[in-house]
Design a protein around this ligand. Structure first.
Ligand SMILES: NC(=O)c1ccc[n+]([C@@H]2O[C@H](COP(=O)([O-])OP(=O)(O)OC[C@H]3O[C@@H](n4cnc5c(N)ncnc54)[C@H](O)[C@@H]3O)[C@@H](O)[C@H]2O)c1
Length: 466
């Protein structure tokens, strides 16, 4: 039994000695149980000439459209030239923020027809992602597409195929994948510091109207200022409803619920750290418990994902939860629990806790030992000391290490920088279409499980259901 455990572990993690852990993984200032280290980072310095700029347009200029544009223009050599949105107030606002020179339109086709635009940032509601991303690549543009890459699993492979055919760079927008925190977590995981992975738990908890997507609706929202017909797209037809337009996330016609919207970030992080292609078996439960404002999406969902053994990792179980009425005031965490420790991935830090399962069982406490007769206890102690002779004193490793991101670091800018670097260098981005589908599909499968009250099977390797 012991032997086979060791073998399994060896095949999944690099073998490291206790010395190597002390020297390379734990902070050098280590003295005491808790050690804090800032993760090293170098700000990009490259400068580009005016005629060597990547010209970008943004399609979808809501909350994330503005955030994406703000991060994109911080990357050297990037110029925002046009914006597209279906509410006129937002394109007007984009000119207030980024300059009056911007070309603005309600029609993304007009953006795609322009030959002077190299790349587009797609930050529309989820139900438009596949349509706009595919059309953009067919028009020869590189695409930064917000997560989840698609609204429905079956839209995933056509998008993957379109990317392959067009050969254009496609980066999916779960920006955490570019974070130093995940890079450090991956490094720790691959060095085998927590031993063999057993289970992962993750959550994204919230407790506020904005956290539950009850966004502000402008007082001038009307059929004149909003292109409602276009917004509907391939969703069921209905008459103008500003609540559905400005709070589309709460409706399954346009969004993907808490699973598609938020699970997907946690899948992206987990898959990046463990090099996993995804779970096999998925079961989810949930409900609409508190935010009963007319929405049809659940406000709590909890799901179980069984990951099969692959070359990259052993079989493990993943428990995932989003709760929009959590009582915690908001928190996000992914905990990778292994035989020798735990890696906790938070927003701006990774915590490593060493917690090796003792090789010696010990005796006493909540054990059968105290139920033995005094004579048997004596005999047992003699046997135990022979079986497990006392060890020479050992140097204790620090029990806990904390790695924080440096001041001024932005994973969002880093994610955009990766996108633009890949366009210039013809490389595959960190979160390409295949990665995007492997993160989106299990998230969307959780919806299928919950709404269909069934266990769902997904094959991440082949990217097919069943
Ligand atoms: N990466 C992240 O951390 C993160 C955070 C929030 C949202 N998101 C994602 O970003 C996307 C946008 O979310 P948001 O919160 O900004 O929503 P939002 O409602 O604030 O903005 C969406 C905008 O898209 C526009 N739009 C919809 N269909 C369009 C079309 N066919 N052509 C042009 N414009 C269109 C709408 O007019 C709207 O202004 C979603 O996919 C969401 O999941 C990602």
């Amino acid at each position: 039994m012991k032997k086979s455990n060791k073998n399994t572990r060896r095949s999944f993690v690099k073998k490291i000695t206790a010395g190597a852990i002390g020297a390379s993984l734990l902070p050098s200032s280590a003295a005491g149980a808790k050690n804090i280290q800032t993760i090293e980072w170098e700000r990009p310095k490259t400068k580009y000439s005016a005629n060597d700029k990547i010209r970008v347009a943004a399609i979808g200029m809501g909350i994330m459209g503005f955030n994406n544009c703000k991060s994109a223009v911080k990357v050297p050599g990037v110029e925002l030239v046009a914006t597209c949105d279906l509410y006129d107030g937002r394109t007007e606002r984009s000119r207030e923020v980024f300059g009056k020179h911007l070309f603005t339109t309600r029609s993304y086709e007009e953006i795609l027809a322009r030959e002077d635009i190299d790349a587009v940032i797609v930050s529309t509601s989820d139900h438009w992602h596949d349509h706009v991303a595919i059309a953009a690549m067919q028009a020869g543009k590189a695409v930064y597409c917000e997560k989840p890459m698609v609204q429905h699993i079956e839209e995933g492979m056509p998008l993957v195929e379109a990317q392959r055919k067009a050969g254009k760079v496609l980066q999916v927008g779960s920006q955490r994948v570019s974070s130093l925190v995940l890079k450090k977590a991956k490094e720790l995981y691959e060095q085998g510091v927590i031993g063999q992975l057993i289970t992962v738990e993750a959550w994204n908890d919230r407790q506020s109207p904005m956290g539950a997507w009850q966004y502000s609706i402008p007082t001038d929202a009307s059929e004149q200022t909003v292109d409602w017909e276009r917004f509907i797209g391939d969703a069921p037809k209905r008459s103008f409803d500003p609540v559905r337009f400005f709070r589309w996330r709460n409706y399954r016609d346009y969004g993907t619920g808490v699973a598609g919207d938020l699970f997907v970030h946690l899948f992206s992080g987990l898959h990046f750290v463990t090099s996993s292609v995804g779970p096999r078996r998925i079961y989810a439960s949930g409900g609409l418990r508190y935010w009963k404002d007319g929405r049809d999406a659940a406000d709590i969902m909890t799901a179980l994902f069984d990951y099969p053994e692959t070359k990259a990792h052993p079989a493990f179980n993943f428990q995932l939860r989003v709760n929009l009425i959590s009582g915690t005031g908001g928190s996000q965490m992914t905990r990778l629990v292994g035989t020798d420790g735990v890696i906790e991935i938070g927003w701006s830090q990774v915590v490593l806790r060493r917690n090796k399962v003792p090789a010696r069982p010990g005796y006493g406490g909540w054990d059968t030992f105290d139920t033995f007769t005094a004579a048997q206890q004596k005999k047992y102690e003699e046997w135990y000391k022979k079986e497990y002779p006392p060890l020479a004193p050992q140097i204790e490793e620090p029990a806990e290490a904390v790695y924080k991101t440096p001041k001024g670091y932005s994973e969002h800018v880093a994610h955009h920088a990766n996108f633009f670097d890949c366009i210039r260098e013809g490389r595959k981005p960190v979160e390409d279409a295949v990665f995007g589908l492997r993160a989106a599909a299990p998230s969307l499968a959780a919806n299928l499980s919950y709404y269909g009250q069934k266990v769902v099977n997904w094959n991440g390797e082949k990217m097919v259901m069943g």
